[in-house]
Write a protein that binds this ligand. Sequence first.
Ligand code: EPZ
Length: 418
Amino acid sequence: MDKFVIEGGRRLMGTVRLQSAKNSVLPLLAASILTTEQVVLHETPRITDVACMIQILRELGAEVRFEGDDVIIESADASNHRISSALTRELRSSVFMLGSLLARFHRAACAYPGGCDIGLRPIDLHLNALKRLGVEISERDGYIVCECERLKGAEIVLDFPSVGATENILLAAVMAEGRTVLEGAAKEPEIVDLANFLNCMGAKVEGAGSDTVEIEGVQRLHGASYTPVKDRIEAGSFLIGTAICGGEVEVIGVHADALGLLLHKLRENGCKIHTKNDKIKIASTGRLKCNRRIETMPFPGFPTDLQAQATALNCTAEGGALIVENLFETRFKYAPELRKMGADIEVRERTAFVRGVQRLHGASVTCGDLRGGAALVLAALGAEGTSEVLDLSHVDRGYADFEGKLKKLGANIRRVRA
Ligand code: EPZ
């Protein structure tokens, strides 16, 4: 397992060009099999979650190749509708392949995606919605088996604005018979990006980004060439990293409103934030004030995918902070690793109590999940002395060339290959 060796204490200065959003590229890849024509996704990040989704598409019989940063998908010959358990376990978000497989083949099967290190992650909202669209669902030998004569538009209400369930519904409804009205939809920018991509393919999706999305089913979809939105969570990670280390960094490719409450919270810490179109610049002295309270919420609230990074920031800010994780059951598994660096953080169920200390010290810490791992990297960059961050497979799932981008900003970080 690769590790990072980090000498903390360097300020970060410069510009970051963001990758395309992992959480947009994944559903766009799932959508690519809705047509038998060629689909091209530009500026696709080389991250392992994307590699895994490409493997799933190949397992279904699609031809997928990289040309530079473009991914080209030809799925005319795709005929398999089953996703293997190994791949579903590897990539939980493959569950929204069900929607596109049903739209294409009227049947789909995938292993029950287990829980993971951040929570149980059930899929009841996905399955109930698919049933509303006329899908028969059964379980056989650990597989979820979905079948339908044809998909019929329906009125669907989500009890919770699940991102994945919203995406699954869009993918299943775009070629269903008639109209689907989805109430209680997730409003993340990646949902809007998926709707825009589907409309580029000839779909009729309206209202994405609001609570109510309407989809008029069409007969077929044609190929498309598309550039996904940039990664707002990568942007937030670099902004928080700069706040922790001190310095001045500009991230390019994301609008302020895509970051929810993060910018407000960074200003609360004492950072200077300047935004213009798709550029966000942060300046920090590195000595910050704690956010008294951060509560993660569905978009446009504070993003759960930046919770760990914001907690790391509060560990060396002045005062105390209460961090409440409202979306996932166990998304504080990185806390003991921060304690090894001298953080004063206590976790009770979904709440972390942080008391800011003057400085963290270097330590050997291990990543347990993607965003917790990113938080450990950011903490190590601001810590005194040398740190090792182990098991980078988690970080490599969602950050392309993380160390290269950090080095360009002045960080002293190097990857040691296992
Ligand atoms: C997406 O996961 C993202 N992943 C996650 O990012 C992100 O944290 C999450 O949305 C919330 O924003 C991708 O887009 C690939 P949800 P998803 O369905 O779709 C419960 C990262 O680090 N729920 O909105 O799985 C669920 O248990 C990843 O990039 C049900 O109860 O999130 C959770 O508590 C991590 N039943 C909450 O909803 C369901 O059927 C949010 O889940 C579905 C979800």
